[in-house]
Design a protein around this ligand. Structure first.
Ligand code: SF4
Length: 247
C-alpha cells in the first residue's frame, strides 16, 4: 500500500491489511498448492489484490454456474486483464444440468429447498469437489458479519466436507474495512454492489437488500434464513489452529 493510500484508511484497517498480506504469504509457503475461491465479491477482490500484489503462487478459481449476472462475468475478465493472471473457471457437468432442467424446469429452485439445494449441488458443490480433490488448502473471503450462518467462522479450519485445510483470512473484517481497502487501493469491484447487492450469487437467486436486512438477505430470499448457504460452506468444520500458528 502506498503512503498516500495508507493516509486514506484507519489504523484498524491498515493493521488488518498487513495481517492479510502476512497470512496469505504464510499460506502460500506452507501450502504451495493452495487455491483461492474468487466469487468476484468485494471481499474476494481484496484477497485477489493482496495475492497479486505479492506475486504469490496461489491460483484463483471461480465457479461459473451458467446463471451468473453479466456484471460478474465482466468483472472476471477485468480482473484477468488488470492483474495479468488467469482465473481458473469451473463449470458444472453439462449433461447433469440438462437432465436436471429437463426433469424439474429452469427455475425449480424457487419450488422447494431440496430442489434449490440440488441445483447448487450440480452447479457449485460438485465442480468444487472435483477441483479441490487432492489439494491441501483453499482460501475464501467469508466473513463472520455476513450472516447468522457464519458467526462461528474461524480463520483456519479443517474442512471436513472436502477434506482439506480452509482459510478465511477476512473472517473478522467488517464491511467498512473491506470498502476502505477497495477505495484506497482502487481495486476493481462488481458494480452491483453500488445497487444494493452486498452479496452477489447467481442472477435468479440474488436480489438487492432493504435497509436493516443482513448482508446475505438477498440470497435465496424466499427461504428460511437458517438455510441460506449453497453447500460450499455448509459442512461442520473443526477448528484446528489460527493462521498465525502456521509459522
Ligand atoms: S444459486 Fe440458484 S441458480 Fe445458482 S446454483 Fe444455486 S439454486 Fe442454482
Amino acid at each position: 500500500m502506498t503512503s498516500s493510500a495508507v493516509q486514506q484508511i484507519s489504523t484498524v484497517t491498515q493493521n488488518l491489511w498487513v495481517q492479510l498480506l502476512d497470512q496469505l504469504q504464510l499460506i502460500s509457503q506452507q501450502y504451495p498448492d493452495a487455491v483461492f475461491a474468487n466469487s468476484l465479491a468485494a471481499e474476494d477482490m481484496v484477497i485477489e489484490h493482496a495475492i497479486r500484489q505479492q506475486n504469490l503462487a496461489i491460483t484463483s478459481f471461480m465457479l461459473d454456474t451458467g446463471r451468473l449476472p453479466k456484471e460478474t462475468l465482466a468483472l472476471a475478465k477485468r480482473v484477468e486483464q488488470q492483474y495479468q493472471s488467469a482465473i481458473t473457471v469451473l463449470h458444472p457437468d453439462t449433461e447433469a444440468v440438462v437432465a436436471h432442467v429437463a426433469e424439474h424446469g429452469a427455475y425449480a429452485f424457487y419450488d422447494s429447498l431440496s430442489l434449490r439445494q440440488a441445483c447448487c449441488q450440480l452447479r457449485k458443490v460438485q465442480p468444487l469437489q472435483r477441483y479441490l480433490q487432492g489439494k491441501s488448502a483453499w482460501i475464501t473471503g467469508q466473513r463472520r458479519e455476513q450472516s447468522q450462518t457464519r458467526t462461528q467462522l474461524q480463520a483456519h479450519e479443517h474442512d471436513m466436507q472436502f477434506g482439506l485445510e480452509k482459510f478465511n483470512p477476512l473472517c473478522d473484517w467488517h464491511t467498512d474495512n473491506v470498502w476502505e481497502v477497495i477505495r484506497a487501493l482502487d481495486i476493481p469491484y462488481n458494480p452491483l454492489h453500488d445497487q444494493g447487492y452486498p452479496s452477489i450469487g447467481c442472477e435468479p437467486c440474488t436480489r438487492a437488500i432493504r435497509p436493516g436486512e443482513d448482508l446475505r438477505a438477498g440470497r435465496w430470499w424466499w427461504e428460511q434464513r437458517h438455510s441460506v448457504e449453497c453447500g460450499l460452506h455448509a459442512a461442520p468444520l473443526s477448528q484446528s489452529s489460527t493462521t498465525q500458528e502456521l509459522s
